[in-house]
Structure formats: structure tokens, C-alpha cells
Design a protein around this ligand. Sequence first.
Ligand SMILES: [Zn+2]
Ligand SMILES: [Zn+2]
Length: 457
Amino acid sequence: MLLPTILPNKKIANFPLSNQSLLIMHKIIPLISSLLLLYSVAGFAQHDIESGIERNTNHLQNLYFDLHQTPELSFMEFNTAKKMAGELKSLGFEVHEAVSGNTLVGLFRNGDGPVIMVRTDMDALPVEEKTGLPYSSSVISSDQAGNLVSVMHACGHDMHMTVWSGTARLMVEMKDQWKGTLMMIAQQAEEQSGGAKNVIEAGLYKKFPLPDYALAYHVSDKIPAGKIGYCAGPIMAGVRSVDITVYGEGGHGAQPDRTIDPIVLASRMVVDFQTIVSRELSPLSPAVVTVGSIHGGTKHNIIPAEVNLQLTIRYYDELVGDQIIAALKRIGNGLAASANLPPEKYPLVTVQDDSTPPVINDEALTGRLVNVLDNAFGKEHILKVAPLMVGEDFGQYGLTPEKVAISLMWLGSVPQEKYDAGDMPGLHTAYYYPDYELTISTGVKGMVLKLMELFGN
Ligand SMILES: [Zn+2]
Ligand SMILES: [Zn+2]
């Protein structure tokens, strides 16, 4: 509300001084008092959140160290799930364990109001930690194939769980300040992309109250701790994993004329696949085709009968994903034909069922939450970031017929000195670690503020 639009300067000039002052006071005093009231309500909630975080700091940091030192691989988060269930039970949540595998759901029913879901993932990665931190992981366990592997929370899901638990604690402590149902979900197997899909298929939206909104974080290895990154609309890409078996006719390495060499054929395919993004797709459609693995043969002088390729493809539009798969088949078949292979020996292209859709943040919801965060943290701490080609199965929660509005934000985690030095170990590496203190407090404060906004406080 601006005074000059109500009273043009010309008119003010014609009033005697006393009238003018009265008029200004009449307009300004209510404006100032309502601003003060707004400030005190927001400031009060913020003060409660900050003191709540302080009270819970020890608990949350110890939880973080414990989770970091006891990582479990995808689909094997047995003890982690028990710990998460224990956290919620101690707060009075109604906890449903093993809703799908290790995934659990906790409900805190706090009167009439919206249902809001907050999701954490729980799984770690087969990476040997080399951070040298006093709370490093030294866990070695068997993977699904039975191989012994080192295990590390190299994707920061231990931080997601800590912030998630802290959020639940504060929301219960502040239960007099909001009304509605808080639905906390701790999900298995994000890294293998099965977790979200499995729990939705197991009836997440049918057995439990349907959420009005679903929120999550992923830690960022590019944003300093203390800041949060957002992107309204598409934020992470769709992912499909593709296996290709390239057939040939094997034989003696000294008699290539009596073979059809699948190593040469697979090499041509790897090169020609590079033209799919660069020559076939619209330059305005972001996509990636990466051949991450090529295996074939046993010995110097044997031409093998087949070679296996493993690819990841990334896109923001499912039709582009389909177009890439079709192009892989067409190019593979064409090269096999040119090598004189019969059609029954054309390459076998298999799309794995661990595909994940893009994460598309609800624009209105994200915009509303960004406003709240801007006001509480200051705009310089809330960064608009570009979408990335990495994947996350959180997008699944927004793509069911129920059309739940979702919003995932990047939680800055890089220690400031690392950020300043430009030395930022990436997620999924043996060297990744967050500034746990600042990341926990920023994450919890941000999530509680968002929930307070959506629950109508
Ligand atoms: Zn990851
Ligand atoms: Zn992750």
C-alpha cells in the first residue's frame, strides 16, 4: 500500500500542515502496526524453531554420526529402518513399518487440516570412504549379488534422515502452532530406483491419508552449507538403464576373416550412439546417452561371440526417452546388418525396470515455499538453480493419478572453506562430506518453516 497513489502530491501541498499530518498518521499507523504484528508472528515461530533446533542439536548430531557409521545398501536398510521407526515412535507417531520392504510411514494426526508428506531415503552406496573423518564408515557388507563391498553414505541420505528426524521432533514440540496430519515416510532403495515405485504400488496413497503436498530435500555437493537451492518446475531428469548384447561370430584371433567380430561392431555402436543427442534430438531437448560399461572377450587371441554394453540415458520428456531407445535399436540393427549378421543376431536391447521419471516440482507450491524461505533466511541464502541431468525417484510421488503436488529442494552441504577453495568432492565419491552442523540446522529450519506455511500457520 503506497500513500502517494492515494494522495497525489499536489493535493497534499494544498492541505494545511496539521491535516496532512493527521492524514498520514491515519494511513501509516495501521500499516506500521500490522507490519509489526506480522513480524512478531513470523519472528515468534522462527524463534521457536531456532531454540528447538538448539535443544535437539546433540541428539541430531549423534544420530547423524551413528547413521553415517552404519550405512546399509539399497533394499537392505533393515537396521536403519528400525532406527527411523524408533525416532518417530518416541515422538508419539503412529508408525507403520515394512509398508513395502524396509519403507515405513509415520503419521502424526494433529486435528483437521492438510495432510503433508515429508520423505527421506535411507540407502547407502558401495563406496569405500576415504574422508579420514573421525566418524568415517568402515562397514563392509554383502551386496545383492553376494559380493563383499565397502559401504558409505556417499549420497548424503544419512543427512536426509537426520533432517527428517529433526523436522518430526520440532513439529511435535510445536504441535500447538499447527493443525493437520504430518506424514513422514522413510524410503528404501532410492539408489536403485525401486523404493518410491514399490511403496506407491503397495498402496501408499490408498492405505494412508492422501497427502496434499509431498516435500523432500537432496543434499547438494555444489551449494555451500547454510543455503538452499530451488528450481520451480523440472529439477532432475528421467533415467533409464539400458543393456545391449551385441552378437557376432567368434573364432581365432588370427583368422578374423572367418568371424564377425562383435568387439569391432560394439565399438562402432558406441561411436554412432553419440549422434543420437547431437544429430537426432532437438537442440532444445536436454538429453544424455552414456555408455558406462563395455565388456567382452576373455583372451588376447580369441574373438568372442558377444559383447555387453550398459548405458544410462537421461531426458526431461518421456517421448525423448522413447525416441532414444528407438534410435539405439535402429542404429544397432543397421550396424549389425552392415557387418553381415542375420536378423536373428541383431543386438538385444533391454530397458531395465529401474527407470525413474523426471522430478517435476509443482511451480505454485515451490514458489510459495521459496517466499517463506526468502523471508526467514534472506534471499541471498535461497538460490535459484538450473535443472540437472541427475535422477531421483522422488518424482514418482507426483506422477500417480492422484497428482500430489511435490517439491524437492537442494540442501546446501559444502563446508564453506571447501567451497571457497573450489575443492568440492562430489556425491557418490569416497571423499564427499557435508558441514553437518550447518546443514542439519538449515535443513530442519527450512523444512519446519515450509510445513508451518502449508499447515496454515
Ligand atoms: Zn545417489
Ligand atoms: Zn541420493
